[in-house]
Design a protein around this ligand. Structure first.
Ligand SMILES: Nc1ncnc2c1ncn2[C@@H]1O[C@H](COP(=O)(O)OP(=O)(O)OP(=O)(O)O)[C@@H](O)[C@H]1O
Ligand SMILES: [Mg+2]
Length: 273
C-alpha cells in the first residue's frame, strides 16, 4: 500500500455495498493518515450501501473510524483506496461542484461550525449565492421556516442563539444548496438532552419531506434506532457487522462487539423505543 489513493473500481460484486443502491456506495474502503511508522490505518476494508432516500447509521467506540468514513466521502482525506460512489457516480480524488451541492454535512458542534461574527442572514445568504441562487431573500425566509426558526432569527448572531437554535441554523445552511444527501456526524450529541429529540424529529421530517439520504454517525444506539433503517457497527477501523435496525432492537446480532454495545445502551434503547 502506498500513499497514492487508488480509486479504481473494485469488483466485489456480491458485497453488501453493491446491492442496487444509488445513494451512497462504499466498497472495500481503506483510509489512512501519515506514512511509515507514523501511519494510522483509520478505516480498513469498509463496505456499506445506502439506497437513495435511505437512512444509515454508523456506530462504534471512539476512534473506530466513523468520522473518517464521512470525511473521506466528502474529500477531506486524500489518502484512501477502494471505491466510493454517490448518486451513481464514482468519486475520484477531487470532488466537483455538483458533489458539493448535492452532498452536505452537519457537524457535531454548532458552536464551532458557525462563525461568531456572521449573522444567520449572512451565513445563509453567502451559502445561497455561492451556489448560484438569486432569489436569496425568499430562500432565507423559507429555510428559516423549514427548520422551525421564524424570521425573527434572521439577523441574530450565533451568541444570541441557544445550542438547539444554532444547530437549526447549521441544518438550514446544509439545506440551502438543495442537497440530496446529508452526512450527519453526531448532530445532537453536543446539545442539551432536552433539545436532542426536537432536532432529531426535525431531521426525520426533513428527510421525509425532501426524500433526502442520510448517513449518520452516532454513539447513541437509541438515536440510530430512531433515525435509521440499517446500521453498521465499527470497531478499530473495521465494520464488524451490518444489520437492519429491527434486528439491533431485537438483539439479533452475530458479532460479540455489537452485543456488547447493545448491553451498554439498553437503557438508551428503551428510552428511544
Ligand atoms: N488527521 C488525522 N491524523 C492522524 N490520525 C487521525 C486523523 N484523524 C483521525 N485520526 C485517527 O483515526 C482514527 C479514527 O478516528 P475517527 O475520528 O474516525 O474516529 P470516530 O469513530 O469518529 O471517533 P469519535 O466517536 O471519538 O468521534 C483514530 O485513531 C484517530 O486518532
Ligand atoms: Mg467522530
Amino acid at each position: 500500500m502506498n500513499t497514492r489513493a487508488d480509486t479504481g473500481a473494485n469488483t466485489g460484486a456480491d458485497t453488501q455495498a453493491t446491492k442496487g443502491a444509488n445513494g451512497i456506495e462504499i466498497e472495500n474502503l481503506n483510509v489512512w493518515f501519515g506514512e511509515h511508522e507514523d501511519r494510522v490505518d483509520a478505516v480498513r476494508d469498509a463496505s456499506l450501501c445506502v439506497p437513495e432516500g435511505g437512512s444509515f447509521g454508523l456506530v462504534g467506540e471512539s476512534g473506530s473510524g466513523k468520522s473518517t468514513i464521512l470525511r473521506a466521502l466528502t474529500g477531506l482525506v486524500p489518502t484512501w483506496s477502494g471505491r466510493m460512489a454517490v448518486l451513481g457516480r464514482d468519486l475520484g480524488r477531487r470532488r466537483d461542484r455538483e458533489f458539493y451541492r448535492s452532498v452536505q454535512m452537519v457537524f457535531q458542534d454548532p458552536y464551532a461550525s458557525l462563525h461568531p461574527r456572521q449573522s444567520v442572514d449572512q451565513v445563509l445568504g453567502e451559502t445561497l449565492s455561492l451556489h448560484g441562487f438569486h432569489d436569496i431573500d425568499r430562500r432565507i425566509n423559507k429555510l428559516l421556516d423549514d427548520v422551525g426558526l421564524g424570521p425573527a432569527f434572521r439577523f441574530r448572531y450565533p451568541h444570541q442563539l441557544s445550542g438547539g437554535q444554532r444547530q437549526r441554523v447549521a441544518i438550514a445552511r446544509a439545506l440551502a444548496p438543495e442537497p440530496r444527501i446529508l452526512l450527519l456526524d453526531e448532530p445532537t450529541s453536543a446539545l442539551d438532552v432536552s433539545v436532542q429529540a426536537e432536532i432529531l424529529n426535525l431531521l426525520v421530517d426533513l428527510r421525509a419531506e425532501r426524500g433526502l439520504t442520510y448517513l449518520m454517525v452516532s454513539h447513541n444506539l437509541a438515536v440510530v434506532g430512531h433515525m435509521c433503517s440499517d446500521v453498521a457497527v465499527m470497531q478499530l477501523g473495521e465494520i464488524v457487522e451490518t444489520l437492519p435496525v429491527e434486528d439491533m432492537r431485537a438483539g439479533r446480532t452475530t458479532h460479540p462487539y455489537t452485543r456488547h454495545l447493545l448491553q451498554a445502551s439498553l437503557g438508551e434503547m428503551a428510552a428511544g423505543a
